[in-house]
Design a protein around this ligand. Structure first.
Ligand SMILES: Nc1ncnc2c1ncn2[C@@H]1O[C@H](COP(=O)(O)OP(=O)(O)OP(=O)(O)O)[C@@H](O)[C@H]1O
Ligand SMILES: [Mg+2]
Length: 505
């Protein structure tokens, strides 16, 4: 921004501690009309906390927030809204059983003659949605919408409240490719109308596409602010972590033969009407297999059906040569599902309790009580191994940053020492160095003879570790590619249009 325009928003020397533990020690940023400011930082750096302060969700201990140069007091989300600040949450905060229009107007229903003016509400909602370039019906129920559409409804709500500053905290992590592109368009049009966008993400490519400037946070401090044009992706990573990351391949692809042993898992003729069709594959000892397909291709369905979370119409499983039902398999696999909220983390409970959860039987004493000492030492090992950022093992999981919660999910399974791992987007929400940590772990597991079936939307990530790829399209495994396949081959494999015969089949 040129020096003669003054910022709409300034935050100066913000501090915040939770129970004496500092989450933010010195955070400052400024943002100008019509720009998107990226707020970057490793897991636990304090991004969400800073945005929650700006959104009036939590109070600050110290520091100064100004809009148009005027100091403001923020004691509640309502205060923030009055100052034109809106928050598009990652975990969307909507009323699923109400209509789109009702959600958009929830805190400001138009009243005429003492009644809610439904027609007016729908008309205005329609206009806002059109402005965002989408054709969602104002009368549709929110529960019928995709995640991407729900997010647009939240943005429409922000527009309705005439927000001048809109905070996006990891907005794309649950969106499909086209939904992501649509969101970028929306951000572009918000900027064109003079709105300030604060944009948090762990996807580096996004900030270079969407943002004009960035502020980098490290350990609760803002350590850098500049125009995007002054940094490269490598520089941003360096600023976030204070070190340089190597993003290359972690081990050469291997071809595992069975060495006379039955495969760890063998799947034959697995299918479910409308979702999966005639799926056949094996997982051998010590291999990392990438399940590669686009969002909606059936990746998640395949993993869920394998362990009985969704039903199967047909198919037979064998675990180490023995027939097994999906439910039986479930008891023997490490599973990270796509839905972090559904992982069954007990948010009010401590980290130690959460990590100990699936291995509870192993941690019980002879009289059936949980062995605290063992549980604690297990938690300490995992906290160190995965570098989980915590103030103590007794901290409630719900108070960890998003990425660190994901690490807790992972450590729960490591603790049970299964041989088969089914991982659906295990690094979602993790910063680059935490991603590398998880990928290292996956490699380690394979070296120990475990087998990993890995789903990731980030091809670069799969290409760091996979020994081979199973390509999935429309619920079918259509191709197998070797670990040496390059980006072009992998992209071709998923974007090839289905042949008419395939569609009819
Ligand atoms: N309510 C709370 N009680 C205790 N500690 C908290 C609370 N909320 C946040 N923290 C701590 O503050 C620090 C910053 O967390 P924050 O959620 O802001 O990180 P983040 O940068 O958004 O990370 P991520 O990229 O993982 O989402 C973390 O160490 C976290 O554990
Ligand atoms: Mg966060």
């Amino acid at each position: 921004m040129s020096a003669n325009t003054s910022p709409i928003l300034t935050m100066r020397s913000i501090t915040k501690a939770f129970n004496g533990v500092h989450a933010i020690t010195a955070a400052s940023l400024e943002a100008y009309a019509g720009e998107a400011l990226a707020v970057m930082g490793a897991n636990g750096a304090g991004k969400s906390t800073l945005m929650n302060i700006l959104g009036g969700v939590i109070g600050r201990d110290d520091g100064d927030i100004r809009i148009d140069g005027q100091p403001i007091d923020l004691r509640s989300p309502r205060d923030a809204a009055r100052h034109g600040i809106a928050f598009v949450h990652q975990e969307l905060t909507m009323f699923p059983t109400l209509s789109v229009a009702e959600n958009i107007f929830i805190d400001n229903l138009p009243i005429r003659h003492g009644l809610i003016d439904l027609a007016d509400m729908r008309r205005q909602s329609q206009a806002l949605l059109v402005q965002l370039g989408c054709d969602i019906a104002p009368t549709a129920l929110v529960e019928q919408l995709s995640i991407g559409d729900r997010q647009l409804v939240e943005i429409a709500r922000a527009l309705r409240s005439k927000a001048r500053i809109i905070i996006f905290d990891e907005p794309t992590s649950s969106l499909s490719g086209p939904e992501r592109e649509r969101l970028f368009e929306v951000v572009r049009s918000l900027k064109a109308s003079g709105v300030v966008v604060l944009y948090i993400t762990h996807f580096l490519d996004e900030i270079f596409r969407v943002c004009e400037r960035l502020t980098v946070m490290r350990n609760g401090e803002s350590v850098w602010s500049s125009a995007m044009s002054e940094v490269t992706p490598a520089k941003v990573v360096h600023l976030m972590l204070g070190v340089t990351e190597n993003e290359g391949r972690m081990r050469a692809p291997r071809q595992m033969d069975s060495e006379g042993r039955p495969p760890l898992l063998s799947v034959r003729g697995m299918g479910r009407e409308g979702a999966l069709r005639d799926v056949n594959f094996e997982l051998r000892h010590g291999e990392i297999v990438g399940l590669w397909g686009l969002l909606g291709s059936g990746r998640t369905e395949l993993l869920r059906s394998l362990v009985g979370l969704d039903p199967l119409d047909t198919g037979a499983l064998q675990r180490e040569g023995q027939p097994a039902t999906p439910k039986q398999l479930h008891a023997h696999v490490g599973l990270v599902t796509e839905d972090r909220r559904g992982e069954g983390l007990l948010l009010p409970q401590s980290i130690a309790e959460n990590i100990g959860l699936p291995s509870l039987t192993g941690l019980r004493t002879s009289v059936g009580l949980v062995d605290r000492a063992q549980q604690n030492s297990l938690a300490d090992r995992m906290i160190e191994r995965l570098r989980i950022k915590v103030s103590s093992r007794d901290q409630a999981v719900g108070t960890l940053s998003g990425g660190n919660q994901q690490k807790v999910v992972f450590s729960r399974w490591l603790a049970t020492q299964p041989k088969i791992f089914l991982l659906d987007e295990p690094t979602r929400g993790l910063d680059v160095s935490a991603k590398t940590e998880i990928m290292k772990l996956i490699v380690e597991l394979a070296e120990q003879g475990c087998s990993v079936l890995l789903v990731s939307s980030e091809l670069q990530e799969l290409m760091r570790v996979c020994d081979r790829y199973l390509v999935i399209r429309r619920g079918r495994l259509v191709q197998e590619l070797p670990g040496t396949a390059d980006t072009a081959e992998l992209m071709d494999a998923v974007s090839t249009l289905d042949s008419p015969a395939e569609i009819a089949a």
